[in-house]
Design a protein around this ligand. Structure first.
Ligand SMILES: C[S@@+](CC[C@H](N)C(=O)[O-])C[C@H]1O[C@@H](n2cnc3c(N)ncnc32)[C@H](O)[C@@H]1O
Length: 248
């Protein structure tokens, strides 16, 4: 099992990335959604909508939202689909606290949403428990990504779907140069403005640059045993949705 420092992509003990990411999201949980919205120039909602559409969720489905944070994906699903149940999971309790307040406010719109502290690298559910697994901006923060993908495959039913939204690499060089400059200067500036924690957002930019590009991540999904791996670029490849299925 190889674990990496998610800020550099280099081999490192898992605890380094796990403790850092839990500390970051505990610190910014209350401002997280506002930061996302402004720093993506309002694109976050469009991208989440695209993720929900690509997951192709049916009314009888049991859905697991991995690294679900404050529930952006989960509540997006509640708005557009009507699955039997959604388990909203994350390993930072402070993010789930925000999600629970949203449930109290009615954001789950009558859909059964259960919240649960879960490490994606060690999912505490039986094999074949879910029809669909979603994950947005989670896999990049995980030090043993292969283990997390294998865990997701294990808890999916045969023929189940995983849909993953993550920042990625614009293939067109001028777009890539612009994006890298934004990650280096723009994102830390937004982070400082909304949370006063500039360094956490330097991490965000570094982790995005260290994350595999579209094709490399598609290959990882195949290596984890998924089939029908497809991806769709968003905003010139600044973000990307990968979908895949488990075999029958
Ligand atoms: C950028 S947030 C994304 C939250 C949500 N999916 C969204 O789209 O707004 C990343 C989340 O990944 C969670 N996370 C990081 N490592 C994790 C792990 N090993 N297992 C589960 N969640 C993890 C963090 O706690 C954080 O809430």
């Amino acid at each position: 099992m190889t674990t990496i420092d998610t800020a550099t992509g280099r081999e490192a003990p898992a605890e380094l990335s796990e403790e850092r990411v839990r500390d970051i999201f505990t610190g910014i949980a209350g401002q997280y959604e506002k930061f996302n919205h402004f720093s993506s120039f309002g694109q976050d909602r469009r991208w989440l909508r695209a993720l929900v559409e690509s997951a192709n969720i049916k009314p009888t489905d049991c859905v697991l939202d991995v690294a679900g944070g404050t529930g952006e994906v989960t509540f997006g699903i509640c708005k557009r689909c009507n699955p039997a149940v959604i388990v909203l999971s994350d390993f930072t309790p402070a993010m789930l606290d925000v999600a629970r307040k949203r449930i109290e406010r009615g954001d789950s719109r009558g859909v059964v949403v259960e919240t649960c502290v879960v490490d994606a690298q060690d999912i505490p559910f039986e094999d074949a428990s879910f029809d669909v697994v979603t994950m947005a901006y989670g896999i990049r923060n995980i030090p043993d990504r292969m283990r997390a993908l294998q865990e997701i495959r294990r808890v999916l039913v045969p023929g189940g779907t995983v849909a993953i939204l993550e920042f990625s690499t614009p293939p067109f060089p001028p777009a890539r140069a612009f994006y890298n400059a934004y990650l280096k200067w723009g994102i830390p500036a937004w982070g400082q403005h909304f949370t006063g924690r500039r360094d956490d957002f330097v991490y965000l930019g570094n982790s995005i640059k260290a994350f595999p590009d579209q094709l490399s991540f598609a290959r990882m999904l195949e290596q984890a045993g998924f089939q029908n791996v497809k991806f769709k670029n968003l905003a010139f490849g600044a973000a990307c949705i990968h979908t895949a299925r488990t075999g029958q």
